[in-house]
Ligand binder design. Sequence first.
Ligand code: SAH
Length: 295
Amino acid sequence: MSDHRYYIVTDEAGAGRALDLLSDVFEDEGVPIATMEVDETMGVWEASVYATDDPDDGLKARVADCLARDFPDVPIEIEIFGQTDWIAKSLEGLKPVRAGRFLVHGSHDRDAVRINDLAIELEAGQAFGTGHHGTTAGCLEMIEKVMRAAPGGPRGVNPVLDLGTGSGVLAIAAAKLGPVRVLATDIDPVATRVARDNVRSNNCSAQIECVTATGFHSTAFSHKGPFGLIIANILARPLMRMAPDIKRNLGSGGSVILSGILASQRRQVLAAFNGQGMRHIRTLWRNGWVTIHLK
Ligand code: SAH
């Protein structure tokens, strides 16, 4: 038994199309599918199907069948790897997860932290967000890209809003990247409490305030905002409904990072935010989910 993936090399649009086709065939079987950008300047993308069975299991032929019509003459490539791939890891439960420079881990895995990591320590609690979900990992990667590229560096996005904070993982990530203040909110008081505990154990209490609020229904938003960066990993429908509120609470030139969106819902969500005068900057694709950066 070895872990391996079958993949094609394509462009961004091709990766989106391949993801749709592969999802139709393999999603119900629980076979992990992912697209990723491998060369940003050249616009090179890969669309992959991950497997742990023997490479001669017939999966390659099924992937080829699924893609044959839309990708004629594009070879199906194979990569074989050990247990270090993060997607494989993400399926294993509570192993440490790497996303960009971040390492999200439990207290039992402190040994996994390397010198240049931005480590976030979480216990598997009652709130969503251990880094194992494609949307959380996508947000972590995108937060790093956006905060590093901001004029003046990470402090250029101050203050930050993490809407639907869950475990607090994304708020903590933003605070670890630079001297920013973060408002972290959740509709669920249990999540807010778990987030507050995690903020404290990651030594970020001076930077992050956790508040229970449904959408934008709290005076905390007007007191702490407008925000230079709004992160919201919720779901496509509530995000589209909240587009006007998100825009209203965003400072001029500010960035929005959205996730919890299925690849098939991407265009609808973009349309809702384009309607607020915002434009698409970048999309990250992970296991059928997308993370979107808009300005
Ligand atoms: N930010 C975390 C958690 C995402 S899960 C991560 O990226 O891993 C989505 C969270 O949004 C849940 O904790 C849920 O309680 C919260 N949520 C859902 N709808 C919301 C709303 N309308 N307003 C605020 N929070 C909401």
